[in-house]
Design a protein around this ligand. Structure first.
Ligand code: COA
Length: 299
């Protein structure tokens, strides 16, 4: 008999084991380890796993659904990922977890379910398409091979900052203005920027006349710098400042002997062409699937 439960700290080991089994089947699927999972669960967006659910069969954890709530104007979005232990697939575990996510009550005039699925994960694509999810946009994952181009110089207008409260407010404003109309929008508060710095993320800011007009948010890794975000304020676009920031990041990576990786939506044509122009190559493409909850209920 299948039981659906809320998340408990003692589930961590089984959840990591299931992710590792899933990663062995699907290219690019994250084989997460316990510290990574704990950090993911405790991130502000995931509210300590308040909306996460697990599926248990005879006391054994056989599936997990992570879920966070995002608000996009009047629409509430339940952003989720379901992972089922390979030996227990095609037995309705995924369906039961999805039904539980639908059952979570949310006060909003419109509620959607959303997930991001790598184009190479056949089972996941078949699953979401079976329930009628539609592709809203695609996310392109890219990397820039090591370069030694002479254009790759550090810019005197760009500095790495530790983030004062005033700078945090400025970055939050730039982020929210730049991404507010995008499908993946997650609003940032000044506090979330300060928290990122505590977690060793790095921020390069571009100043013109003492005013911060753009920034690059970097998550450092052992082999690559992950470019989490690159923003130039709307009033300063079209003047080469995005290239200046990106070249600075690439030059930093070259000095540290790592590459730069990032993800960008195919709906963001200007960003895609900037990355391609500076030599980024596509590694994989993921699709953002969405469905109105009331449509899914009918299924
Ligand atoms: C996607 C996944 C969660 C599905 O879990 P599951 O428990 O096997 O799914 P269900 O048994 O509830 O399947 C429901 C329906 O989805 C479709 N489906 C699921 N897996 C499928 C597959 N491999 N091939 C074709 N159709 C599939 C079928 O129509 C199925 O109904 P049916 O078995 O009656 O024909 C599972 O394959 C998995 O864990 N994949 C790796 C993790 C992942 O990629 N997650 C992202 C999804 S959010």
């Amino acid at each position: 008999m299948l039981h659906i439960k809320t998340l408990s700290a003692s589930d961590t080991e089984a959840i990591c084991r299931i992710h590792q089994a899933a990663a062995a089947l699907d290219p690019g699927f994250p084989a997460i380890a316990a510290p990574h999972w704990q950090r993911f669960v405790s991130s502000p967006l995931n509210e300590n796993g308040r909306l996460f659910r697990t599926a248990q069969l005879h006391g054994q954890l056989v599936g997990v659904a992570s879920c966070s709530l995002r608000l996009l104007g009047p629409t509430a979005i339940k952003h989720f990922r379901i992972v089922v232990d390979p030996p227990f697939r095609r037995r309705g575990v995924g369906r039961a977890l999805l039904a539980e996510l639908v059952a979570i009550p949310v006060e909003a005039s419109e509620v959607c379910l959303q997930t991001v699925v790598d184009g190479r994960w056949d089972a996941a694509r078949a699953f979401v398409e079976f329930f009628g999810f539609q592709i809203l946009e695609s996310e392109v994952e890219m990397h820039c091979p090591p370069m030694t181009s002479p254009e790759l110089t550090l810019s005197a207008n760009i500095t790495q900052i530790e983030i004062t409260p005033a700078q945090a407010r400025g970055l939050a404003r730039l982020h929210n203005e730049a991404y507010r109309d995008t499908a993946s929008f997650v609003p940032m508060t000044p506090d979330s920027f300060r928290k990122s710095v505590e977690e060793d993320d790095r921020f390069f800011v571009l100043r013109i006349d003492e005013q911060i007009v753009g920034y690059a948010h970097i998550v450092p890794g052992s082999k690559a710098l992950w470019l989490e975000s690159l923003v130039v304020s709307e009033t300063h676009r079209g003047q080469g400042l995005g290239s200046e920031l990106l070249c600075h990041v690439l030059a930093t990576a070259a000095m540290e002997s790592v590459i730069v990786r990032l993800q960008v939506t195919d709906a963001n044509r200007p960003a895609l062409s900037l990355y391609r122009k500076l030599g980024f190559l596509t590694d994989s493409i993921s699709h953002r699937y969405r469905i109105l909850e009331q449509v899914l209920r009918r299924v």
